[in-house]
Design a protein around this ligand. Structure first.
Ligand code: ADP
Ligand code: MG
Length: 236
């Protein structure tokens, strides 16, 4: 039905929050523009994954979201495609800094997110820059200087570059904390809090996590506003 209850039951989706919109069960439901739908079809995807189906309508309504879902469930496009829509509406100047910021725990994961952002964003002329440690800063700083709509970063390297005053986060209005539980396990909480202080508070914040322990609940309570909680496959 229109509430999406049967889809949620079939895909083990549980939601909590005010007036949670029904999941998009097909790509046609999303209202994504043709250039984005084309990329999705080129990738060979036949339907949204459950986390995408339920995340997209929430994120497109500019709501904060906490999504608890295991690895391999399609979380990256779950936040990137609404991020692209957010960018289309904002039309900020990328020379003044990113509009979308994605924090990720490791270089490998950040690189994978960057690859998806480039692949799916190219036809929409969306640019993305990846910042991670264990590599020289020079090329990353040059990428930033070219202007960028999206920054995908590990917390340590982003803080280094913030301290050098080589990037501004004052235009960021769509913040994603990907693999939040893992970032906290790796000790990134102080770094995350420092970064978030640079981001205006009237942003939209999305948090993705594989587990939902009290440390993650605490940072969600501090950084998100009235989030919708989406849980896939774990009966709590
Ligand atoms: P997670 O972040 O939840 O671990 P990813 O975003 O890395 O998952 O996605 C896992 C894989 O699923 C990737 O190879 C991605 O390209 C693919 N994928 C994403 N969305 C879909 C979809 N709607 N249909 C089929 N495959 C998808
Ligand atoms: Mg992921």
């Amino acid at each position: 039905g229109p509430s999406g209850e049967s889809y949620r039951r079939r895909h083990e989706i549980s939601v909590s929050g005010d007036k949670v919109p029904a999941p998009f069960t097909s790509f046609e439901d999303t209202g994504f523009p043709p250039e984005i739908l084309r990329e999705v079809h080129h990738a060979g995807f036949s339907a949204p994954t459950p986390i995408q189906a339920q995340s997209w309508p929430i994120a497109l309504k500019n709501r904060d979201i906490v999504a608890v879902a295991k690895t391999g469930s399609g979380k990256t496009l779950g936040y990137l495609l609404p991020g692209f829509m957010h960018l289309k509406r904002r039309r900020n100047n990328p020379q003044l800094g990113p509009t979308v910021l994605v924090l990720s725990p490791t270089r490998e994961l950040a690189t994978q997110i960057q690859e998806e952002a480039v692949k799916f964003g190219k036809s929409s002329r969306i640019s993305s820059t990846c910042l991670y440690g264990g590599a020289p800063k020079g090329p990353q700083l040059r990428d930033l200087d070219r202007g960028t709509d999206i920054v995908v970063a590990t917390p340590g390297r982003l803080n280094d570059i913030l301290e050098m005053k080589r990037v501004s986060l004052r235009q960021v209005s769509y913040l994603v904390l990907d693999e939040a539980d893992r970032m906290l396990d790796m000790g990134f909480e102080p770094q995350i809090r420092k970064i978030v202080k640079e981001v205006p508070s009237d942003r939209q914040t999305l948090m993705y996590t594989a587990t939902w322990p009290k440390e993650v609940r605490k940072i969600a309570a501090d950084l998100l506003v009235n989030p919708v909680l989406v849980n896939i496959g774990n009966v709590d």
